[in-house]
Write a new protein. Structure first.
Length: 95
């Protein structure tokens, strides 16, 4: 996929982050993949979001698209520590 948007064109509000005392920061704005179909739909949406400057993706095991989020992150060639990924486990997924 090719996108016209570059990180320089992303509004500064979309680049805002929460900064924690331990040195980590979390972007304020992110992409949620709830109700996205597993497969190419999720991969394309995450790829587009990363290309447009998003650096947070919110997913969950119950969405069945976590692997597709991971695939899009791998294909992005961004450093993994530059992307904040949140996920959730169902009550029976705590091992």
């Amino acid at each position: 996929l090719k996108f016209a948007h570059q990180m320089d064109s992303v509004p500064s509000s979309a680049k805002a982050s929460f900064h924690f005392r331990d040195g980590f920061s979390m972007p304020v704005v992110g992409l949620g993949v709830y109700r996205m179909k597993p497969g190419i739909e999720t991969q394309d949406a995450v790829s587009c979001a990363l290309e447009c400057g998003y650096r947070m993706v919110d997913t969950a095991a119950v969405y069945n698209n976590e692997a597709d989020v991971g695939e899009a992150v791998r294909k992005s060639q961004l450093q993994r520590n530059d992307i904040f990924i949140t996920t959730k486990l169902w009550h029976d997924g705590f091992g």
